[in-house]
Ligand binder design. Structure first.
Ligand code: DGJ
Length: 733
C-alpha cells in the first residue's frame, strides 16, 4: 500500500512525522528517529494514531493536529485565538497546500498552508528540522487582502504545540531574580496546564528559558526529554498541558509563543503577524543530550563567533561611574600586562551620567569628563593591541536628559501620565520612527567615530504600562512593536558595522534568548560574579547556550553583589568556562594577584579552542553541593573538567564520579592543573590518583574515567579543581 500523505522529517537522530490529513495535518510522532519509514510503517503509524472514542466526548476519535482548535474537538489551549469585533471566534482551518523539501544542512522542511474562512485568515506553518535534530516551528497569520469584512482581525495569541507521550511525567523550567538567573525548578506533570507567562517586555531574570518535560528523574546524562525554547525578546508564554482525554493519541502538549496583549495585533486586510520561532528538541540522553542539540544548532550558524573569544576587561565594578582618563589608562596598562584582549568602558561616559539618575538617551560623550572625547582612551587601548568596547542602553531614557526634555512624546507610557520609574528610567518608543532613527544615528556615530569593536547593549527595566499614543491619541500596547523595532535596530547597526560584536545584557542576564542572539554575539549571564552563584548560573545557562556565547568574568575576592569572599582559584576556574573576562580594578591588585591573573589568562588562551568548540558535559553527582562539568573535544581526544564544591555535604566521600563524554574504549592520561592555585580540601590526604596526577600526567583508561568513575577529593566549600584529560596517542609521534 502506498501512503503518500505522510511526511517524515529526519535529522540528527530525530524524526517528526506529519500526516497531511484533511482538514488539518496531524502530528503522528516527534521524538526518536524511526528510520526511513516503509509504507507499512506509515500505515501502522496512521492506524495507531486513532485513540478510543470516549464516553461523553466527540463521536469521532480525537487527533492532535499541527494547529489544534475546537473544530477538531480540542479543549486545550488552541493554536490561535482571535475575533472580528466579537465574531469569528471559532476558527475552522483547512489545509490548502503543503511543501516538503530537503535542506542543504541535511535537515528537512515542511511548510503547510491553512485557510480559515471563518476568521478570513491564511496561516502558513513551517516545520524545519535541522541537522542537529532541533525542530524550528514558526507561523505567519495573514488577514486576506480581499477580506470578507472590513474590520480588523484581533489576534489573541498563537501557540505552537507539539505532543508529549505519557512517560514524560516531570517538568523542568527556570526562574530567578537579579544576580540569580536561570534557577531550575522541577515538578511532576499533573493534569491541567503548567503555564509560564512573561509580561516584562523581555524574557527577564526569571525567564522560563527552556521548558523541559521528561521521564521521571531525568538527569544531565540520562532520561528521555523534550524541550522548547521561545526565541523572542518580548512578552512570551511557555506551557505544558495535559488533559484527561489526552491530545489525540498523545498524552499532553508542550509549546509556547508570544504573549499578546488585547488589541496588540489587529490585522487589517493584507497584514501579516509572524510568530517567533519556537525551537523544539528531543533527546534520550538527558539534559546534556538536549544541550548538545542546541549547541550544535547555534554553532552551525554562519554568523556564530568561531574565532578566539578575546579575554575581556569590563570597567563596571572597577570604576563604576568614576570615569577618569588617567585612572582608565592605568587600568588598561595593567590589563595589557596580564593579557587582556578587549576592554569595555561601561556606563558613565555620556552627557550628564554621573550616577544612574540622569543621562540615558543623551548618547554624546560627556565633554566635562572627556574634554578630548574618548579618543585619548581609545587610542591608548588600541595602541596596546586591545579591542575597545562601549556600553549603551539604547532603549532607555532618563527624564533628566536633554532628549526627554525635547521629545517627551517618545517615551512609552499611558496618556494618564507616566507610571513609576525603575532604576530612575523609562523606555523609549522605538516603534516611533523618529526615536528609532535618533538612537541608530547616535550609536552608529559613536561606533564609527571611535572604531568601537564591541557594544555592551544593556536594558535595565521591565516594560510596565508599555503603551504609546496612536494618531487618535488612544493608548496602544507596544511590546510587540518595540521588540520588532529593537531587532530592526540591531540589524541596521550590524549592517553598518559588520565586524561589530554586540553583547546582550539586561541588568545581568535578563535578556537571554535565541531571538536576541540571532543579532548579538554573546550574553552577559549575570551581574553576579560570585563563583558560588556563577557555577549554577553558568551550568544552567549552558542548557541552551554553548560557553563561547556566555560572558563569565572573574571579580575581586569579595563579590560586590553578595559580599561573599572566595578563594582566587575558585573564582578563576569558574570564569574559565565561558567567554572569559575580568570585572575588577586591576590597579588595586598586588603583584602576586596580577601574576595569578596572567597565569589564568594563559590558561584561557590554551584552552579556549577546546572550551569554545567542544561538547559541554555535566555529571549527575547525586549531591547538590558538588558540581562536575566539563568540555570534551568533539573527537574525544581531550577534555577539561571542573570539580567544584559549593557547600559541605553530610557524605564524606564522593564515591566514584564519572567523567562524562570520553571514549570508554580509549586510553587517556590525566593531570590536575594547578596553574591558578591548589584548592583546599577537607581531608588528610587526597585520593591516590589525585595526589599522583597533580601537575603530572597519569595514565587512566577511558573505561575507568567514564564508566566506573574516579573518587573525587572532598574539597572545602567554595573550592574547585581543574582536571585535564588527553588521549594517549598510539601512532608515530
Ligand atoms: C547593569 C549591567 O548588568 C551591569 O553590568 C552594568 O553594565 C550596569 N548595568 C551599568 O549601569
Amino acid at each position: 500500500m502506498h501512503v503518500p500523505n505522510i511526511v517524515q522529517l529526519r535529522a540528527g537522530g530525530t524524526s517528526v512525522v506529519v500526516e497531511l490529513a484533511e482538514p488539518v495535518p496531524r502530528v503522528l510522532h516527534w521524538g526518536a528517529d524511526l528510520g526511513e519509514l516503509s509504507d507499512d510503517a506509515r500505515a501502522a503509524l496512521r492506524l495507531t494514531a486513532e485513540p478510543a472514542v470516549l464516553n461523553s466526548a466527540p463521536d469521532v476519535p480525537r487527533h492532535l493536529s499541527i494547529w489544534p482548535t475546537e473544530a477538531e474537538g480540542w479543549s486545550g489551549t488552541p493554536a490561535h485565538e482571535g475575533h472580528l469585533d466579537g465574531t469569528a471566534t471559532a476558527p475552522r482551518p483547512r489545509l490548502t497546500d503543503a511543501r516538503h523539501r530537503s535542506l542543504p544542512d541535511g535537515g528537512a522542511e515542511l511548510v503547510m498552508t491553512l485557510a480559515d474562512d471563518i476568521s478570513d485568515v491564511d496561516i502558513v506553518v513551517g516545520y524545519r528540522l535541522g541537522a542537529s535534530g532541533v525542530l524550528a516551528v514558526d507561523a505567519a497569520v495573514t488577514r486576506r487582502a480581499a477580506a470578507l469584512s472590513e474590520g480588523r482581525y484581533q489576534l489573541g495569541g498563537v501557540s505552537t504545540l507539539l505532543p508529549l507521550p505519557r512517560r514524560a511525567d516531570e517538568i523542568l523550567d527556570f526562574t530567578g531574580k537579579w544576580c540569580r538567573e536561570r534557577a531550575p525548578q522541577r515538578r511532576p506533570l499533573a493534569f491541567g496546564g503548567h503555564v509560564r507567562e512573561v509580561r516584562r517586555g523581555k524574557p527577564g531574570h526569571d525567564s522560563p528559558y527552556l521548558m523541559v518535560a521528561g521521564v521521571p528523574g531525568f538527569g544531565f546524562r540520562y532520561g528521555e526529554v523534550w524541550g522548547v525554547h521561545v526565541a523572542w525578546s518580548g512578552n512570551q508564554r511557555y506551557l505544558v498541558e495535559r488533559l484527561p482525554e489526552g491530545a489525540g493519541v498523545h498524552a499532553a502538549v508542550l509549546g509556547g509563543g508570544e504573549l499578546l496583549k488585547p488589541g496588540e495585533i489587529a490585522l487589517s486586510p493584507g497584514e501579516t503577524y509572524r510568530t517567533p520561532v519556537c525551537y523544539f528538541a528531543w533527546s534520550d540522553a538527558g539534559l546534556d543530550g538536549l544541550a548538545d542539540r542546541f549547541h550544535d544548532m547555534l554553532r552551525a550558524r554562519s554568523a556564530h563567533p568561531s574565532g578566539p573569544r578575546p579575554l575581556t576587561l569590563n570597567t563596571w565594578e572597577a570604576v563604576y561611574f568614576d570615569h577618569d582618563l588617567d585612572r582608565l589608562t592605568a587600568l588598561a596598562d595593567r590589563a595589557a600586562e596580564i593579557g587582556v584582549e578587549r576592554l569595555v568602558l561601561d556606563d558613565g561616559w555620556f552627557r550628564g551620567r554621573r550616577d544612574d539618575t540622569a543621562g540615558l538617551g543623551d548618547w554624546f560623550v560627556d565633554e566635562k569628563v572627556w574634554p578630548h572625547g574618548l579618543t585619548p582612551l581609545v587610542d591608548h587601548v588600541h595602541g596596546l593591541g586591545i579591542q575597545f568596547g562601549l556600553w549603551f542602553e539604547p532603549e532607555m531614557i532618563n527624564l533628566e536628559s536633554r532628549v526627554a526634555r525635547e521629545h517627551p512624546d517618545w517615551i512609552l507610557g499611558p496618556s494618564a501620565g507616566l507610571g513609576s520609574p525603575s532604576r530612575h528610567q523609562y523606555v523609549l518608543n522605538l516603534a516611533d520612527e523618529r526615536a528609532w532613527s535618533y538612537v541608530l544615528e547616535r550609536v552608529d556615530a559613536i561606533v564609527g567615530r571611535y572604531a568601537i569593536d564591541y557594544v555592551k547593549w544593556d536594558h535595565n527595566r521591565d516594560l510596565h504600562e508599555a503603551v504609546f499614543r496612536d494618531a487618535t491619541g488612544a493608548d496602544r500596547p507596544a511590546v510587540h512593536a518595540q521588540t520588532v523595532a529593537l531587532y530592526r535596530l540591531l540589524d541596521a547597526l550590524k549592517e553598518r558595522h559588520p565586524a561589530l560584536e554586540i553583547e546582550s545584557c539586561a541588568g545581568g542576564g535578563g535578556r537571554v534568548d535565541l531571538g536576541i542572539l540571532a543579532r548579538t554575539d554573546r550574553v552577559w549571564a549575570s551581574d553576579c560574579n560570585d563563583p558560588v552563584e556563577r557555577q549554577a548560573i553558568q551550568l544552567w545557562t549552558g542548557q541552551l547556550l554553548p560557553p563561547e556565547l556566555v560572558g563569565a568574568h572573574v571579580g575581586p575576592a569579595e563579590a560586590h553583589t553578595t559580599l561573599r569572599v572566595t578563594a582566587d582559584s575558585f573564582r578563576l576556574i569558574t570564569a574559565l568556562f565561558g567567554h572569559a573576562g575580568i570585572e575588577a580594578d586591576l590597579t588595586q591588585c598586588s603583584p602576586e594577584d596580577l601574576e595569578r591573573l596572567a597565569a589564568w589568562a594563559a590558561l584561557y588562551r590554551e584552552f579556549r579552542p577546546l572550551l569554545h568548540h567542544g561538547r559541554v558535559v555535566r555529571a549527575d553527582t547525586g549531591d547538590d553541593a558538588t558540581i562536575l562539568h566539563g568540555v570534551v573535544a568533539r573527537d574525544r581526544t581531550s577534555a577539561l573538567y571542573c570539580w567544584a564544591r559549593l557547600a559541605t555535604s553530610p557524605a564524606a566521600q564522593s564515591g566514584r564520579v564519572r567523567l562524562p563524554g570520553l571514549d570508554a574504549a580509549g586510553d587517556y592520561r590525566v593531570r590536575v592543573r594547578t596553574d591558578v592555585g591548589h584548592p583546599s580540601a577537607h581531608h588528610a590526604a587526597p585520593p591516590a590518583w589525585v595526589a599522583q596526577a597533580t601537575d603530572e600526567w597519569t595514565a587512566l583508561p577511558g573505561a575507568v574515567l567514564s564508566r566506573t568513575g574516579v573518587p573525587m577529593p572532598t574539597l572545602n566549600p567554595e573550592q574547585a579543581m581543574l582536571i585535564e584529560v588527553r588521549a594517549v596517542t598510539t601512532g608515530p609521534v
